[in-house]
Ligand binder design. Structure first.
Ligand SMILES: O=c1ccn([C@@H]2O[C@H](COP(=O)(O)O)[C@@H](O)[C@H]2O)c(=O)[nH]1
Length: 296
């Protein structure tokens, strides 16, 4: 199936769509997304070694503590890739174990390239034949939104999702994302509008899914930017909470009425409570309560 990102992709009728799975997970568990980011500093703090064994112990602990209770786990691929093939093998287990325990897995890989290469990324992260396949992945639209068509196509065909970088949480983001394109829109607004077009018609009424398969990353740190978030039709991933300085109230300022579709995402804020399962669970539960008051 070929997806024209300017028009609505055809939805495979027999698939359990990402939007429907996400809606169920959020209804059962709340919208919190917790990152699995085995930072070297966190390995030290947990008394683990800075090697693949330490990363494996760390990631296994996070999955054991949280995969049966949070809606989404988001492994940060970079922290696994830095250990080469053995690190990637750990990531494969994290994905399988987290999904088996009921969490949706969002692979934070931020991939983007020319379309023919993007096809291979789609096969790696969105096709169930791959051991790295999760429920969704992050993607960079800065080779042009249309270059992501193979990702969206593969996601839709397999009932998975893609989260496209829109307004990232880092201070350097606005240099590119706030730049004004020839038609007067910012680069970020063109991304938001392209996501809206890709999602249009992709919300299968029968599933009652409130989300299309294409989400957007909008950092909780970005403040009121004047971008129109109202027509996206997919979920928002909101990193930048906790360690990067944003708090629950920032979600209201950044997302306004769109905040009901937000998945607040925290990594270090929860992970530094470890390694005890009970402490990780308490930290995740505190964060969830904090955000719920604003997102309800
Ligand atoms: O705009 C973005 C996109 C992705 N991230 C990723 O989220 C986590 C944030 O970690 P914290 O410890 O909660 O700061 C990390 O994996 C980033 O690569 C982001 O921060 N901002």
């Amino acid at each position: 199936m070929t997806v024209n990102t300017a028009a609505a992709p055809q939805v495979a009728p027999t698939t359990d769509h990402f939007g429907a799975r996400l809606a169920r997970a959020v209804a059962d568990r709340g919208p919190l997304c917790v990152g699995v980011d085995p930072h070297p500093g966190l390995l030290d703090a947990w008394g683990l070694t800075r090697d693949v064994a330490g990363v494996e112990r760390f990631a296994r602990t996070v999955v054991e503590a949280l995969a049966d209770r949070v809606a989404v786990l988001k492994p940060q691929s970079a922290f696994f890739e830095q250990y080469g093939s053995r690190g990637v093998a750990v990531l494969e287990h994290v994905i399988a174990d987290a999904r088996a325990a009921g969490a949706l897995v969002l692979n934070d890989v931020k991939r983007g390239d020319i379309g023919s290469t993007v096809e291979a990324y789609a096969a790696a992260y969105l096709d169930p034949a791959s051991p790295l396949c999760g429920d969704a992945m992050t993607a960079s639209p800065y080779l042009g939104f249309g270059s992501l068509a193979p990702l969206i196509d593969t996601a839709v065909a397999n009932g998975n999702g893609v989260f496209v970088l829109g307004l990232t949480s880092n201070p350097e983001g606005p240099q590119v994302q706030h730049a004004v394109a020839a038609d007067g829109r910012t680069v970020a607004q063109t991304v938001l509008d392209s996501v809206a077009a890709a999602n249009a018609g992709c919300v299968p009424e029968a599933d009652g899914a409130p989300y299309g398969p294409v989400g957007v990353v909008v950092g909780a740190t970005v403040g009121e930017t004047g971008h129109d978030l109202s027509r996206v039709g997919g979920p928002f991933l909101a990193p930048g909470l906790g360690a990067q300085g944003a708090g629950a109230e920032d979600l209201r300022a950044v997302f306004g009425d769109a905040r009901r579709a937000v998945l607040p995402s925290v990594s270090r804020e929860v992970l530094r409570a470890g390694p005890k399962h009970s402490a990780l669970r308490s930290a995740a539960s505190r964060a969830a309560d904090d955000f719920a008051a604003v997102l309800a």
